[in-house]
Design a protein around this ligand. Structure first.
Ligand code: HEM
Length: 433
């Protein structure tokens, strides 16, 4: 454990280029990227301050083999954002943006401001580097995860804006249309994504706000999503959280200490193509509206049948407790089989999908209300997998499950998530060598 409280910022003032923000022309260069080298632990390993008990003191290293925010214990809050590169930007602009995001993200992950001068340490005659709303807040377990959409490599019109079309992973294709999709382009796609997760919502929002400010003149926000409660867990010591249907979610998820499952199902292997993605992953985001008013009128037994688990304990309907493996052949006093063949758990289970598994990391959301006076609520589904094909396989199976009647997929995106950066380098560097 490093004591970050005593750590000094190793960077000179004005390390960021951020032409739009600071009016500078040059990139930050290797010196500017050295931030965080002192933390030096693998992503996902807590480097919390010595006073670990202090609220919000937990900090995760930004640099490491894999990006943070995938197997990291799921934090309570999410701000997710998709960006599009702006017209007439060059590959130099893209590289510089990724360097600047790396620099600022590494600092914010340690509870620091985006630059050494920050919100109040710069010239009174210039806008501050940092917007300031996280000034009094520690890191709160902030992780920032960054990745590349299919359109970054080639636009829908076939344009190779940055000379990287030939380096696009074959697996990175816009997702196919699924039965029942009702996608809004304003909650779908994007050249780049930023996932900020933290135990304080203001810390997550501060991260996305400042990264979009840093992107000024190069990339602009396409859409963003707040999530207020995790619907998954990635470590055994986390209590299983509940989604807005009231069910425990994340019971059968891939956990951070299951190295074999992570190797098989989550991390891109050295033998997979392209080489620059080794140690990375693929993210699928689905904004799934939940028709909770209809759901709330369902009998409890029908709700249980739809999921395939009971609401209180989260146990499979074949019996036992939450962690008991489901028995899809067992009968109960009222049903045979006890777990309905069209239940969510049965159709998503690896036994019926050639062993396919994914790492789920979604969040509950409520975006105010609809014009019918109903909560505009749902689950912002996020899953990490070695190939998007894993998600496609499961979603095809689930599009006719009993739950399909109570959900509507309204947003969608898929991104390649490069491996973590080494201190001194930047996220995605392997794509440009
Ligand atoms: C609003 C949408 C959804 C809700 C409310 C929901 C809810 C649940 C619940 C309650 C469970 C059982 C507990 C657990 O193991 O986590 C579960 C399991 C699972 N869900 Fe979902 N889910 C949703 C969407 C999806 C989607 C879109 C996928 C993938 C395409 C998916 C894949 C899975 C998988 C793989 C499991 C574990 C199955 C097993 O191995 O037992 N879910 N989900």
């Amino acid at each position: 454990m490093a004591d970050l409280q005593g750590e000094r910022d190793p960077q000179p003032a004005g390390g960021l280029s951020r032409r739009g923000l600071l009016g500078l022309a040059a990139g930050i260069g290797a010196a500017g990227l050295a931030v965080g080298a002192g933390a030096g632990t693998a992503a996902g390993v807590a480097v919390g301050r010595s006073r670990e008990a202090a609220t919000g003191a937990r900090a995760y290293a930004f640099f490491g083999t894999h990006q943070a925010g995938i197997t990291t214990p799921v934090q309570d809050h999410l701000h997710f954002a998709a960006f599009d590169m702006m017209a007439r930007t060059s590959s130099d602009d893209l590289v510089e943006l990724l360097q600047d995001w790396t620099y600022a993200a590494a600092r914010m992950s340690r509870g620091l401001e985006v630059s050494a001068t920050g919100a109040v340490g710069g010239s009174p005659d210039a806008p501050p580097d940092d917007t300031g709303e996280a000034l009094d807040l520690p890191a709160n377990g902030l992780t920032i995860t960054i990745g590349f959409g299919p359109t970054l490599f080639q636009t829908d019109a076939g344009e190779d804006r940055y000379g990287i079309a030939s380096r696009r992973p074959t697996a990175l294709q816009t997702l196919p249309a699924f039965l029942g999709d009702d996608l809004d382009p304003l909650s779908s796609g994007g050249d780049l994504f930023v996932q900020a997760c933290a135990d304080d919502p203001q810390v997550a929002v501060h991260a996305v706000r400042n990264l979009s400010r840093i992107a000024f003149g190069r990339a602009r926000l396409r859409w963003s999503q707040l999530g207020f409660g995790k619907t998954s867990k990635t470590t055994a010591d986390q209590a299983t959280p509940r989604n807005l249907f009231g069910y425990k979610d994340g019971t059968a998820n891939i956990l951070a200490d299951d190295t074999a499952a992570l190797t098989d199902h989550v991390w891109v292997a050295d033998a997979d193509e392209p080489a620059w993605m080794a140690g990375g992953s693929y993210l699928v985001a689905r904004k799934i509206a939940m028709i909770i008013e209809t759901w709330d009128r369902l009998r409890l037994s029908e709700q249980d049948r739809t999921i395939g688990r009971d609401k209180g304990e989260g146990a499979p309907l074949s019996g036992g407790t939450e962690q008991t493996a489901p028995d899809f052949t067992a009968a109960s006093a009222t049903a045979s089989p006890a777990i309905d063949a069209r239940s969510h758990v049965r159709l998503a289970h690896p036994d019926f999908n050639d062993g396919t598994r994914i790492l789920r990391r979604g969040y509950n959301y409520v975006d105010g209300n609809t014009n019918l006076g109903r909560l505009d609520a749902g689950l912002f589904f996020l899953s990490y997998q070695r190939s998007p094909d894993q998600f496609v396989r499961l979603q095809k199976a689930l599009s006719t499950d009993l739950m399909a009647e109570y959900v509507r997929h309204v947003g969608s995106g898929v991104w390649a998530v490069p491996p973590g950066a080494e201190a001194g380098s930047y996220i995605g560097a392997g794509l440009f060598v």
